[in-house]
Design a protein around this ligand. Structure first.
Ligand code: NIG
Ligand code: FE
Length: 405
C-alpha cells in the first residue's frame, strides 16, 4: 500500500496559475498530501477532504515550499579541472584560441579518459551533492568528455549510477558531437560517422535519454549536426542543441526543425531562430554562468524571446571550462541581474520550464498528479530565491515523496 503523508503548515508557491494570477500560485496556510511518490492533493491546511486519512503528518513550521529544482543542462561527469586555463583567459587568451590550440574541451577529454569509472562517480557525486543541498531533485547530465564509444559509455553509466544511488532523478544526454577527439584530427565527418554509429549501441544499453551537439565554428557545422539529429530521430530520441553560443550558425532553427526539446546558450540567436523555436515549442535554456565566466558581452535576446512567448529555462551548465559553478540559485540571481529576467521568470526557469526542457511534464509545479518533489525554504516569498546569493536557505528536500536525510 502506498504511504500517505500530510505536509502541513507551509506557504506554498505552486507555480500553478489556478492559485492566483500573478504566476507564483501562492497558497497561504497551505498543505500537501503525498501518496507514495506523487502529490495527491494541494490546498489550504483546513481544506483537506475529510475522507483523506494520512498515515503521517509532518509540520513544515511555516516554511515556504516550492517545486523541487530542476538543473536541465550540466556536464557533471569529467576528470580534472581547468583552473590554469582560467588564468590564461584572464591574461587575455580567448576560449576559442585555447580550444584551437588543443586545450579547452580536449584537455578535459584527456583527464576523463584516464579516470576510472569509480573515480568519475566519486567526483560527480560530490558535485551532485552540492546541487542537491540547494534543492535540486532532477538533474540532466551530458556526456561529451569521453569522445570514444568506451569512454562515452563510461560517463553515461556514471550518470545512471548517480541517479540510482542518490535521491535525484538523472536524465542523460549523449553529447558525442562536443569536440573532435585528437585521433580524428582533420576528419570531422568521419568522427560524425562514428558518433552516429555509437548512438544505437549506447541507446541499446539504456544509457541515452536525449541527444545534443555543439554547433559552432569550433564545434560541428549545421550539416554535421543534422546528421547526428537524423541518427537520433531514427531511434526516436529527442534532441537538444548547444546553439548560437559564440556565433549565429542557424543551429536553433535546425534544432527546431527536429522538434528539439531545447536550444541552449543562445547569445547570438536571431529572430529567425526565435520564430522557429516558438513554432516548434522548443525551450530556450539560458546559461548565465557561462556568460559570466567567459566574460561575454553579447546578451541573449531575452526581450524578443519573452515577446515571442518562448519559455525560458535557467541552468548551471556546470562544466570545468565555461561554468564551474554548482549553485542553481546563483544562476537564478544572475539570470535577473545579467539577463534581466524577472524573479518569477527565473524561478519558473529553474523549475517548470527546466522540466519542459527535459520533456518532463510530471514536475515543475505543485498540483495533484505531479511528482512529489518539493523544497521547504527558510524564506518568506519565492522571489527571494533569485535575490539572496552566497546563502543557502534550503531547509528540507523531499524527492519522490521521501525526505533527504
Ligand atoms: O556548455 N560549449 C560547449 N560546451 C560547454 C563547455 C565545454 C568546456 O569548455 O569544457 C558549454 O559551455
Ligand atoms: Fe553546455
Amino acid at each position: 500500500m502506498t504511504t500517505t503523508t500530510l505536509w502541513h503548515n507551509a506557504r506554498i508557491a505552486t507555480l500553478d496559475p489556478s492559485h492566483g494570477a500573478d504566476g507564483w500560485g501562492l497558497i497561504e496556510d497551505g498543505a500537501l498530501l503525498t501518496a507514495g511518490d506523487q502529490i495527491a492533493w494541494v490546498g489550504r491546511n483546513r481544506g483537506l477532504p475529510s475522507h483523506a486519512r494520512p498515515a503521517h503528518e509532518i509540520d513544515l513550521g511555516g516554511a515556504l515550499v516550492t517545486p523541487g529544482l530542476v538543473d536541465c543542462h550540466t556536464h557533471l561527469v569529467y576528470g580534472g579541472q581547468r583552473a590554469a586555463e582560467f588564468e590564461q583567459r584572464l591574461q587575455g587568451a580567448s576560449y576559442e584560441a585555447i580550444a584551437r590550440a588543443g586545450g579547452g574541451i580536449r584537455s578535459t577529454v584527456a583527464a576523463t579518459r584516464s579516470a576510472s569509472e569509480d573515480d568519475l562517480l566519486a567526483s560527480a557525486t560530490q558535485r551532485a551533492k552540492s546541487l542537491m543541498a540547494e534543492g535540486v531533485t532532477t538533474l540532466e547530465i551530458k556526456s561529451g568528455y569521453g569522445l570514444s564509444l568506451e569512454a562515452e559509455a563510461r560517463c553515461l553509466r556514471v550518470a545512471r549510477r548517480l541517479g540510482a544511488e542518490q535521491r535525484l532523478e538523472v536524465k542523460t544526454t549523449f553529447l558525442g558531437a562536443h569536440a573532435l577527439p585528437p585521433e580524428f584530427d582533420g576528419r570531422p565527418d568521419d568522427y560524425i560517422d562514428a558518433v552516429c554509429a555509437w548512438l544505437p549501441e549506447l541507446h541499446a544499453q539504456g544509457l541515452v535519454d536525449a541527444v545534443d551537439a555543439f554547433c559552432e565554428h569550433i564545434g560541428f557545422s549545421p550539416a554535421q549536426t543534422r546528421r547526428v539529429f537524423e541518427a537520433a530521430k531514427a531511434l526516436g530520441l529527442p534532441v537538444k542543441l548547444h546553439a548560437e553560443q559564440l556565433s549565429d550558425q542557424g543551429g536553433a532553427a535546425l534544432a527546431a526543425s527536429f522538434g528539439a526539446l531545447s536550444c541552449d546558450h543562445l547569445e547570438h540567436l536571431s529572430e529567425v531562430g526565435i520564430a522557429a523555436m516558438k513554432a516548434a515549442g522548443t525551450v530556450a535554456v539560458l546559461l548565465p554562468g557561462a556568460y559570466y565566466f567567459l566574460r561575454e558581452t553579447k546578451l541573449p535576446p531575452i526581450a524578443a524571446l519573452r515577446a515571442a512567448g518562448v519559455p525560458m529555462a535557467v541552468s548551471t551548465d556546470h562544466n570545468p571550462g565555461t561554468s564551474p559553478g554548482l549553485s542553481l540559485l546563483l544562476m537564478a540571481s544572475m539570470a535577473c541581474t545579467l539577463f534581466r529576467l524577472t524573479p518569477l521568470e527565473a524561478v519558473q526557469g529553474i523549475t517548470l520550464h527546466a522540466a519542459r526542457a527535459l520533456g518532463l511534464t510530471d514536475r515543475g509545479q505543485l498540483a495533484a498528479g505531479q511528482r512529489a518533489d518539493f523544497v521547504a525554504w527558510d524564506l518568506d516569498h519565492p522571489n527571494e530565491l533569485a535575490y539572496w546569493f552566497g546563502r543557502n536557505p534550503c531547509r528540507r528536500v523531499i524527492a519522490a515523496g521521501l525526505e533527504h536525510q
